[in-house]
Write a protein that binds this ligand. Structure first.
Ligand SMILES: Nc1ncnc2c1ncn2[C@@H]1O[C@H](COP(=O)(O)OP(=O)(O)OP(=O)(O)O)[C@@H](O)[C@H]1O
Length: 262
């Protein structure tokens, strides 16, 4: 399997606190990989370092686009990282609440369009064509996540679970080869979580997008992940298949506890 993301010895210090301590990770084409661990383990900090929100203190982050050469992305700004093909969603939903559902997806498309401000003002044929394509693609993505009926609704009026799916559609609009989801099931009811489970697998299978997700819902994680990494106090304490992780004594002690026997 071809490698897409390669993280080597990633370390992030906040003053005297080492939030991520020499964590390495590889994600390959066709994989769904989960990153789990107790609160404060460093999972979101790891995402923030990998996606350019923080510049890591040490270590390397390499992206291997399916077509093209490997790129070392340490210190790249988030929009540049997205442009190379890694998109993400956030633990706290970051939509534009006063824009429509469709417009929120169209914004995600922005990094793949070439129309500049002058083009938009003059609205030449090229710019109009691009706008039409953006609208069509955005509708198509709303269909994929089951939100086509809400295209003209304000994002703020969507139920919580639907807002999370809209964030996923917006990230997909950037045409990523790798999608990072930070607690996508947080706040969802069991039915919404079940639908999300299916959606993530479909994105992997139909769109050929690999997935890395942080998630506390162990049923979801164990159901859909090919591999799991476990962090505690900034360090990787285990990695393996769901079956290996479920029965790993270190992981049970640090995180899974009684859930492991569920
Ligand atoms: N910007 C920051 N400045 C200082 N400390 C931070 C910063 N961001 C995170 N931390 C600290 O780094 C540690 C790891 O936090 P992080 O949010 O990455 O954990 P997490 O595993 O994602 O937790 P959760 O599951 O609760 O989201 C925590 O001790 C946190 O307080």
């Amino acid at each position: 399997m071809k490698k897409l993301l390669e993280v080597k010895q990633l370390t992030m210090d906040f003053g005297g606190l080492r939030a991520v301590d020499r964590v390495s990770m590889e994600i390959c084409e066709g994989e769904i990989v989960a990153l789990i661990g107790p609160n404060g383990a460093g999972k979101t900090t790891f995402f923030n370092c990998v996606t350019g929100i923080y510049k890591p203190s040490f270590g390397e982050v390499l992206l291997h686009p399916p077509q093209g050469k490997a790129v070392k992305i340490n210190g790249f700004k988030p929009n540049r990282v997205t442009g190379i093909g890694m998109a993400r969603t956030f633990q706290n939903i970051r939509l534009f609440p006063a824009m429509t559902v469709l417009e929120n997806v169209m914004i995600g498309r922005h990094c793949r369009t070439t129309t500049n401000i002058l083009g938009a003002v003059l609205r030449g044929a090229g710019s109009r064509r691009q706008e039409r394509e953006t609208v069509e693609m955005s509708y198509h993505l709303l269909e994929k996540v089951g939100l086509q009926g809400f295209a003209n609704e304000f994002a703020r009026n969507l139920p919580y679970g639907a807002q999370r799916r809209l964030e996923i559609a917006r990230a997909m609009a950037t045409e990523p080869f790798l999608l990072l989801l930070d607690e996508p099931a947080a706040g969802m009811n069991p039915q919404e979580t079940h639908d999300l489970d299916e959606l993530i697998v479909r994105i992997r299978d139909e769109e050929k997008i690999a997935i890395l997700l942080i998630e506390h819902d162990m049923k979801l994680v164990m159901n859909i992940s090919d591999r799991i990494y476990v962090m505690e106090y900034g360090k990787e304490i285990a990695k393996g298949t769901p079956q290996e992780i479920r029965t790993n004594p270190k992981v049970i002690e640090a995180y899974l506890g009684e859930e492991a026997h569920a």
